[in-house]
Write a protein that binds this ligand. Structure first.
Ligand code: E4P
Length: 217
């Protein structure tokens, strides 16, 4: 499973990228707001830092304007992936941008039928939002499983990008189901390493090592 980082925080991206944990980045208007940066500047900086796809989201809702925004964002760098919402205008823009050779991430997916439409429109990625479904008492992972089954039934090339990930457990479940990509905030990726037995085991080894009085170097 590829890891995308869901943030526009350059320092956080750099730290994980240095560990080899970053296969791409996703941003959205809320994350740009949180960064306090200009969208063009911060997106360009992320694209320069990371080799994989960097999702930058359009904000227009009508097709013509959405397409213009998408084409404009695509010029920022070769690894830009234009993010469009799961609306008819978004799917139209997806089709045109895909035909022009631009990667497209169709976002705000909350049903298997929406994901089927996005695949038909040629999306590079479909972003089902797990956490936001969990928030309304619906199991977001069931959606990932349904999309996996449908895409495999028909060999769709669209990659499932599990989004709105809120916990390390979400990462594990998405990987078990076979999501192609998971995008998560840096803190969630960092939390994946935590295990009390690792900490306790290391503590015990270090205490015993100190008793040997030896040094390795
Ligand atoms: C994905 O591309 C979205 O930016 C993101 O995962 C949304 O997550 P949230 O529901 O925690 O805001």
């Amino acid at each position: 499973m590829k890891f995308f980082v869901d943030t526009a925080d350059i320092d956080a991206i750099r730290e994980l990228n240095d560990l080899g944990m970053v296969d791409g980045v996703t941003t959205n208007p809320s994350l740009i707001l949180k960064s306090g940066r200009d969208i063009q500047d911060v997106t360009k900086e992320i694209c320069d830092l990371v080799d994989g796809p960097v999702s930058a989201e359009v904000v227009a809702t009508d097709f013509d304007e959405m397409l213009s925004e998408g084409r404009h964002l695509a010029k920022i760098a070769d690894n830009i992936c234009v993010k469009v919402p799961l609306t008819w205008a978004g799917l139209r823009a997806c089709k045109v941008l895909t035909d022009e050779g631009t990667q497209v991430n169709v976002t705000l997916c909350f049903s298997a039928n929406q994901a089927l439409l996005a695949a038909k429109a040629g999306a590079t990625f479909i972003s089902p939002f797990i956490g936001r479904l969990d928030d309304i008492n619906t199991d977001g992972m069931d959606l990932i499983q349904d999309i996996r089954t449908i895409y495999d039934n028909y060999d769709f090339g669209t990659q499932i990008l599990a989004a709105s990930i809120r916990s390390a457990n979400h990462m594990k479940e998405a990987a078990l189901i076979g999501a192609d990509v998971a995008t998560a905030p840096p803190g969630v990726i960092q939390a994946m390493i935590k295990h009390p037995l690792t900490d306790a085991g290391l503590d015990a080894f270090l205490k015993d090592w100190a008793k040997t009085g030896q040094k390795i170097l």
